[in-house]
Write a protein that binds this ligand. Structure first.
Ligand code: 13P
Length: 287
């Protein structure tokens, strides 16, 4: 059964570890993450971007697939199905479809509008027992080949949004999605400490988990980060393993590539990446 991310994140915050959010794109991705979470006895959050939602035939299809896998694979660790960087409309659609958690990313709105929309979603999620992530300070990343620097959130704005009754808060601290540029200044621990000081027990979320050095991850966890999002690293691992399989030319039997065999090395690569992250984040045996 899917669960809200609330309990697992409050436990992580109190226990000074972080739960990983791993984004899913297809059946293999989802199965790899769920099986690894079970093997590691770790709670897990499956992230779905709006684009991945469309690709996988809509939110209802995803809810059906994930619930089916939890049952058929015998997954007993806590699993939250979470909309990643959702729009206001997207969040409502996921709630209707049966997601157990949503992120409303209002960071591109003026703070008043971000607050107003987040507040409406708090009321809906509270009533249904779902978890809600809000964002303050936009998280940069690569767009058309240009890498935008990650913004640092205003700690006072973070406090205002945290006080709305959300479950977890994503605050920009110089983190970006995708690979970090060579001249990246690193995470702003000063900003993180100031946010943590004002928001107290609120679980903080670190986006852009790919490529952040292990010591920075550990420091961020010690300063209140209890959810870390990883996407690109799984994609890179999948790409490398799949390419190696194709280049080894295993399609010579006259029938082309067997799709199950073709995707198997990528599946194993995602499993290995997820396991490594769960160990680094400290969530192993915390189910
Ligand atoms: P990366 O792709 O950098 O791992 O970031 C993932 C993320 O933050 C999804 O919201």
């Amino acid at each position: 059964m899917l669960v809200s991310a609330k309990e697992m994140l409050n436990k992580a915050k109190a226990g000074k570890y972080a739960v990983g959010q791993f984004n899913i794109n297809n059946l293999e991705w989802t199965k790899a993450i769920l099986l690894t979470a079970q093997e590691c006895n770790s709670p897990v959050i499956l992230g779905v971007s709006e684009g991945a939602g469309k690709y996988m035939c809509g939110y209802k299809t995803i809810v059906g697939m994930v619930n089916g896998m939890i049952e058929e694979l015998g997954i007993t660790v806590p699993v939250a199905l979470h909309l990643d960087h959702g729009s206001y409309e997207g969040a409502k659609k996921c709630i209707e479809a049966g997601f157990s958690s949503v992120m409303f990313d209002g960071s591109h709105y003026p703070i008043e509008e971000n607050i107003a929309k987040t507040k409406e979603l708090v009321a809906i999620c509270d009533e249904l027992g779902l978890s809600l992530e809000a964002e303050v300070g936009s998280i940069g990343g690569e767009e058309d080949g240009v890498v935008g620097a990650g913004e640092c959130a205003d700690p006072n704005e973070c406090k205002m949004v945290a006080d709305l009754g959300i479950t977890m808060l994503a605050a920009g601290i110089g983190n970006i999605h995708g690979k970090y540029p060579a001249n990246w200044a690193g995470l702003s621990f000063e900003t993180l400490a100031a946010i943590q000081e004002l928001t107290g027990t609120m679980p903080l979320v670190l986006h852009g988990g790919t490529g952040i050095p292990a010591d920075m991850i550990q420091k961020a966890i010690s300063l209140g980060v209890s959810k870390i999002n990883v996407n690109t690293e799984c994609q890179l691992a999948f790409q490398e393993a799949t390419r190696a399989y194709i280049e080894a030319g295993k399609d010579k039997e006259g029938k082309g590539f067997d799709p199950r065999k073709l995707l198997a090395p990528g599946f194993e690569a995602i499993k290995a990446t997820v396991k490594e992250k769960m160990e680094l984040f400290g969530s192993v045996n915390k189910a």
